[in-house]
Design a protein. Sequence first.
Length: 488
Amino acid sequence: MLKQTLQQKLLQKLSPQQIQFIKLLQVPTVSLDARIKEELEENPALEDGSLTNMTDPIEEYPDKDPDDTFDNEEGFDSDDFSLEDYIQEDDYKDYGNGYDYGDDDDDRKEMPVAIQHSFYEQLQQQLDLLALDDKHFLIGQQIIGSLDDDGYLRRPIINLVDDLAFGQNVMTEEHEVLDMLKVIQDFEPAGIGARDLQECLLIQLQKKDTNNPTIKLAIKVVANYLDEFTKKHYDKLEKSLGVSSEDLKNVVNEILKLNPKPGDSGAVAGKQLHIIPDFHISNNDGILHLTLNGRNAPELRISRDYQHMFEHYEKSDQKDKKMKEAVQFVKQKLDSAKWFIDAIKQRQQTLLKTMNAIMEYQYDYFLSGDDRKLKPMILKDIADKIDMDISTVSRVANSKYVQTEFGTFLLKSFFSEAIQTDSGEEVSNKEVKKILEECIAKENKRKPLADEKLTEILKEKGYNIARRTVAKYREALNIPVARLRKEL
């Protein structure tokens, strides 16, 4: 049996302009310049005012085709378009000057980039220097190409034999690939081409002075007791090796000097993301001054050529089909340019408004840089303060950086939950993490503090938190458990 019901639903639909603003808000400063260039390339009605020559002659509108006429009753009414909506140039061309961006000419200079080679290229260069026949050269190339970014060969040898057969038409045996692998393992950086951590460390140790007693002992530890070494079971090692604590300490220090990821040492620096701060906070005799980085926000404006097209249309008496299509195209591009300029302007206003609220909320912290002066602050605190949605604040906090006199930080790092002390005062969990970090830094490394002991110390200081919370904070600080912090 079918039943009809009447339901009322409230739906909220975002406009294209709102979607564009949300997407732009999430873009970090380091990527904004590319996004603006992309829009400039796609939309000829949008111009970068700093690059455009205002004295360029205006190209005349192309001749109309008299054969492509149409009846005025087909819906081409001049009231559909308003020229005033598109020629408010003064509202947009200087929008970039509305804020103090804090960038001087020196900041805009291009920084030189050093030419570096990846470790793959370094290995290939070393391979080129060897006197090899074609077959072994191709095997060497296959091995180098099969290394991962850490410099390890984690692909089975039999698979390399198959790759050479099907990909290079080179018929070979496993022992030939292994022989060539030994040659590559002798390349620099030391440890390259290893199949696991143990082999990587042994390759590096065997390149040292193997007559040295400490090196000999280190090779023995890595070859036979690597598991005990990584778990820091030093008592077992002393007993198994029959050595003193001092000798074992020398061995441990020697092993710790080795590189567990030899491929990283030759990685191209350009792969790392370069952080460009979105904001700068300076301290002028106790008064904080906030500036917005405007390096990647050129003076965008509506194209004068496209404005003149509209003027030409409004003055024209003949409204043929070709003209209509041209004007519809122009209107679409003008709308898109206007929306993009509005979105960029709104983005900057939102960034400033959000960061200013964060700075005011955490004023004492930004004066000193002391983590213990960070107040408990959640997204809702800032959202309420600036009368914006929590999701908007979240988008700003998750992708924007501020440069201060004591470092550059992601805005997200200033948000923290509240913890109540024995005295009833609410403090940031950042303060607890800072104290926890200090306790571990001061501990006796021969007898590091377990999580239970750290919990007791924090309780003595008035922070009544559970042991599992202490463990969570320790892990968030990337500090290992007590046993792995032990030193000889």
